[in-house]
Each structure stands twice: as C-alpha cells, then as structure tokens.
Design a protein around this ligand. Structure first.
Ligand SMILES: *[C@@H]1O[C@H](CO)[C@@H](O)[C@H](O)[C@H]1NC(C)=O
Ligand SMILES: *[C@@H]1O[C@H](CO)[C@@H](O)[C@H](O)[C@H]1NC(C)=O
Ligand SMILES: *[C@@H]1O[C@H](CO)[C@@H](O)[C@H](O)[C@H]1NC(C)=O
Ligand SMILES: *[C@@H]1O[C@H](CO)[C@@H](O)[C@H](O)[C@H]1NC(C)=O
Length: 458
C-alpha cells in the first residue's frame, strides 16, 4: 500500500487518512487496475494462461459432445454420480430453483405447503447418453447430493427437507432409510441443516456432509446409528484449524487410502481425513483453483487422483475442472467445456478414470469428458501428464487479495504504529477506536456488497 507507507503520521496527515478512509468507504469501489504496480491483472492473467497451457494437453480429458441426448430437459443440476453398472445418475431440481426467497434466515424452507417436485428428479443415462431410467418424482423439494454405493443403493440429500435418503434397487418410491427430521434444521444427532452430500464405505458405513449451515462431517453405521463426527465452524478461536469447515459441499472416498476427502467449498480446499477416526491427513489448495471449490471425486488410478471443480468465476481464475495427483499434491491436468464452466456444482469419475462427468446448475447441463489415459497407462511410464506446473500451495485469495480487503487491513496495520506520534495516550486510544470502527463499518459494507453481488449458486 504505497499510500500508507509514504505517509508521515502527524496530526494533519492522520486527519487526511481518516478522511481518505471515509471516502474510500463511502465510495466503496475497487482501486482502478492501474493502481497495482507492474500491471497486476495482466500479469495474473499471463500467469494463469501459462499454467493452463502446461496442464491442458492433447491427452487431457476431452469433452464428449451430445451427451446426454439433447432432447432431455433438465432443471438446475445439483448432483451427478456413477452407479455400479456404469450408468450415470443425474439429480436435478426440475421446476424448483434455489434463490433468495427459498429459505428464511433460520434456514426454514419457505414453500412447505407446496407439493414436492412432480418431475422425475433422478435420471439414469447409459454410456452413450441415452435415458435408460428415471424416478424420484413427488419426493423432493430441493435436491442436492447424489451417490450410489456398490450394492446399487442410491443415496440423496435434500436441503429443503434437511434429510438424507437411501433407496434400494427394489424400491425407488419408498426410501429404505431416512435420516433427519422433515423440514427441521438443527445441529444434533438426529437432525441436519441443509446436508449436502453422502459417501458410502464398502462396509455400508457412510458419511454425511452437513452442510450449508452446520460445519461437520458425520459418520454413521449402515443401520443409521451415529458413530462419530468432526468439523467446526470458523471463529476467531479456531483460526485456521484444519478442522474448520466452511460449507462442506461434497465428499469423495479414497478407500484404498482409508481416507475421506471433503470439498470445503468456501475455504477453497479439499481436506482429507482418516475415514476411521476423522483425523486430519492433509489438504489441497491452489492459487489456480482460487477461493471456491465446489466438488471433488476420486479415482484409484496412477496412485490416486482427485478430480475437482472450482467455483463460479468471481475472481481472476477461470472456472474449470482439475486433476490432482494425490501422492505429490500437484495439479496434473485440467478439463472444461469450451469457454470454461459457468457454475459447476458436482463432479463424478469412473473408477478407471476414463469418464468424468460435471453437473452445472446454470445453464442446466451435464458434461461428459473422456480421458484417454483410461487407467491403462501404468504409472512410471513416460506419462506426459505428470509434468506438474501449478503446485498446490497456500496463497492469498485472489478475490480478497488485491481488492478492498488488503487496502483496509493494510491501513489499520500501518496506522497502528502511528497513534503515539499523533497525540496523548487517550487521544490515541480514542482515535484508534474510531478508526477501527470506521474500518469495521467499511469492511461490513464491502462484505455486504460482495455478498449481495454474488450469484446465488447452491
Ligand atoms: C434421443 O432421444 C429421443 C427421444 O427418446 C430419440 O428419439 C432419439 O433417437 C435420441 N437420440 C439419439 C442420438 O439416440
Ligand atoms: C444406451 O441405450 C440405448 C437405448 O436404450 C441403446 O440403443 C444403446 O445401445 C445403449 N448404449 C449402451 C452403451 O449400452
Ligand atoms: C479405454 O480402454 C479400453 C480398453 O483398454 C478401450 O476399449 C476404450 O476405448 C478406452 N476408452 C477410451 C475413452 O479411450
Ligand atoms: C515413451 O518412451 C519411449 C522410449 O523412450 C518412446 O518410444 C515412446 O514414444 C514414449 N511414449 C510416449 C507416449 O511418449
């Protein structure tokens, strides 16, 4: 912050500084791009393009056009999964959409009196993209996550109902297991609050990501009795704890590694935990992925690979799919529809890594990608993919980095050393309090602004 570094902190300058804060707060606009030395934005774009160029090769997963059959009409597509027969399950919201009127401030669904979605919300496609089955009509209000276990059971979450459902292959109209109380959001052993996803172990034990308003992962035995939970809300006390979850949005089991990986959406990371104990084992994050990470899938190929989609394009980084090499933690590949994604919400991958599916909320789409590596290439062979470029690292969020956020915190930091020079201890304290209040107000305002401006993509 050149402005603050050059300032000499006498009284006049301090007043100027407060005035500046006031005006920058009132106008609350981003600094013009030229404000950043060395053409920051151009550099960032060049850096992103250079990284993508290295990742996006002829061997990268290729978009498969006309999948599924283009005559299929979809609502907001919230989930995608692959079942044990290789069919693709698509979970969509039919005529319902999640917008600002959908829930009260207390997370109560606002249209409880309405009938559930009348269209089949679960569509089943074969490899060539033809609809082979459809069900899930008159059951759900706001579909979110879907997964299939190896016994052919299908598990879904509904964020309006605050419930988790298991359907056996024999009964697609009557769930075999229901967890949570219909329309009642809470944080205890018998309730969820907008649960987002399920993952099922070979043993039948399963995990629920809970969710938008609770900050936990809950493990259940196959009969639905609770085994353990972990995860906590962000707060000053917990700081950057690995266990802080900010919208656990999707789950991926890496059973060969004994781990459960969580797409920790608003922290922009994949956090992996021991599936037996919930102990933290590691997290993946990349500047190229940016501040939001919506979903994660896992394939036990080439020593383990994670497939992720990042959030809607709110920052400099594009919205795409990425492949992470589990062992090294490096981004090794990328995929996207032509021109990138708009609001990818979920990702699924076949166990051999050969087929990747991405569900997008808006436009209402499902994309298929075919990866020619197809699990047939042995690791250790001259794999061109393995040229890592963008290593997974922690870095300031691009969205909050160069914008108002840094300007404001830089100001409070830089000015704190100046209070003594400005006046007596009391005056200094008062001024500090005043400036802090101003900064806080400014922040609140900017935060509110950012929130309001954000598309509602749940
Ligand atoms: C797509 O589905 C429609 C309706 O079921 C069918 O008539 C058509 O042949 C399908 N398209 C392809 C390419 O199979
Ligand atoms: C997919 O289903 C369509 C229609 O039932 C069928 O013609 C096609 O052969 C199937 N494709 C595969 C790979 O099974
Ligand atoms: C995957 O491998 C199988 C057999 O090795 C091959 O038949 C198939 O065409 C491959 N799929 C793709 C998408 O390359
Ligand atoms: C792998 O390496 C061998 C020998 O070095 C070479 O002949 C072959 O073309 C390479 N394959 C690929 C896919 O690069």
């Amino acid at each position: 912050m050149i402005f603050y570094n050059n300032i000499s902190y006498d009284k006049k300058m301090f007043q100027l500084f407060v005035l500046y804060l006031f005006f920058s707060c009132v106008s609350a606009r981003r600094y013009p791009e030229e404000y950043y030395p060395g053409n920051y934005y151009n550099q960032e774009e060049a850096r992103i393009n250079a990284a993508l160029e290295k990742l996006d090769t002829d061997d990268s997963p290729q978009y498969v056009p006309n999948w599924p059959n283009t005559t299929i009409k979809l609502g907001q597509v919230s989930g995608v999964a692959i079942d044990n027969s290789g069919h693709t399950l698509v979970f969509h919201r039919g005529s319902n959409t999640w917008d600002a009127t959908t829930f009260s401030m207390r997370n109560i669904y606002q249209f409880i009196g309405d009938p559930p979605i009348p269209q089949p919300t679960i569509l089943v496609f074969n490899e060539t993209g033809e609809l082979v089955d459809s069900w899930g009509q008159n059951l759900f209000y706001m579909p979110h996550g879907i997964t299939a276990d190896r016994e052919g059971n299908v598990w879904v979450t509904d964020v309006a109902l605050h419930q988790v459902f298991k359907f056996t292959p024999q009964s697609r109209t009557q769930p075999a297991l229901v967890l949570g109380e219909k329309f009642v959001p809470r944080d205890d052993d018998y309730h969820f609050c907008k649960p987002s996803a399920v993952a099922v172990l070979a043993s039948g034990d399963f995990f629920v990501a809970d969710g938008y308003c609770n900050a936990r992962v809950v493990k259940f035995a196959r009969d639905g009795s609770k085994i353990l939970q972990w995860g906590k809300r962000s707060s000053g006390r917990f700081g950057d704890s690995a266990f802080v979850l900010n919208v656990p949005h999707a789950l991926a089991l890496a059973e060969d590694r004994g781990e459960l990986c969580v797409a920790d959406r608003e922290r922009g990371r994949v956090a992996c935990f021991r599936a037996d104990s919930g102990a933290f084992s590691g997290a993946f994050r990349s500047w190229l992925v940016g501040p939001k990470l919506y979903s994660v899938a896992y394939a036990p190929v080439d020593g383990g690979r994670l497939y992720i989609v990042n959030g809607p394009r709110l920052s400099a980084v594009p919205s795409r799919g990425y492949v992470i090499d589990y062992a090294s933690g490096r981004l090794v590949d990328t995929f996207a529809a032509a021109g990138g994604f708009s609001s990818p919400h979920d990702v699924a991958v076949s166990p051999d890594g050969g087929s990747i599916y991405v569900a997008e909320l808006d436009p209402h789409r499902v994309y298929k990608f075919a990866d020619s590596r197809n699990g047939t290439k042995e690791p250790g062979v001259n794999v061109t993919h393995a040229k890592p470029t963008a290593t997974v690292e922690a870095r300031g969020l691009i969205l909050n980095g160069p914008g108002e956020g840094v300007g404001v915190s830089g100001a409070s930091g830089g000015s704190s050393g100046a209070w003594g020079a400005w006046g007596g201890a009391l005056g200094g304290a008062l001024a500090a309090a005043g400036a802090t209040l101003l900064v806080a107000l400014c922040r609140a305002r900017n935060t509110g602004k950012a929130r309001r401006g954000e598309p509602l993509l749940h």
